[in-house]
Design a protein. Structure first.
Length: 151
């Protein structure tokens, strides 16, 4: 602990810049736009400390306030994800990407279960009883099975 205090005392305001660079480096290694806001706060405090003689307590309080403000501003700017579906459907959810498309019943749907052919793939499907060859519209999916209705 004494070594850390000696380094901070020796570097003075530059210690905030070093902290900012370390936090930015952590952001590069563990991306998620979280640590970068703390890095920004540290650099701002370091810059202010170069021009205004602040005590370490005031610098620490300024860092905490700026870090929280920067994190909230970043969250507002980047958002938490609004759940918007990218154009063309959800990227990594193959079943959800099929909703709205039309397919052809491959194996008759009897008792609510059968299969449909969509492009070059046969999918398990649930829906009303339909004969093979009937065109259907995909309306959803549950548990790895497409939900279909007559087109």
């Amino acid at each position: 602990m004494d070594v850390l205090l000696k380094v901070v005392d020796t570097l003075g305001p530059w210690s905030w810049w070093v902290l900012g660079l370390l936090l930015a480096g952590i952001e590069v290694i563990a991306p998620g736009t979280f640590f970068i806001w703390f890095a920004v706060a540290a650099v701002v405090v370091g810059t202010a400390a170069m021009f205004v003689d602040l005590g370490w307590q005031a610098e620490a309080v300024a860092f905490v306030v700026l870090a929280v403000a920067a994190a909230l501003a970043g969250r507002r700017f980047y958002g938490r994800g609004d759940g918007a579906v990218p154009e063309g459907g959800p990227l990594n959810d193959r079943l959800a990407r099929q909703v709205g498309r039309t397919a052809v019943v491959e194996a008759a749907i009897t008792g609510g279960t059968g299969s449909v052919r969509l492009d070059d793939t046969v999918w398990r499907a649930d829906g009303p009883d339909l004969a093979a060859g009937t065109r259907v519209r995909i309306v959803g999916h549950v548990g790895g099975r497409l939900k279909v209705e007559p087109a």
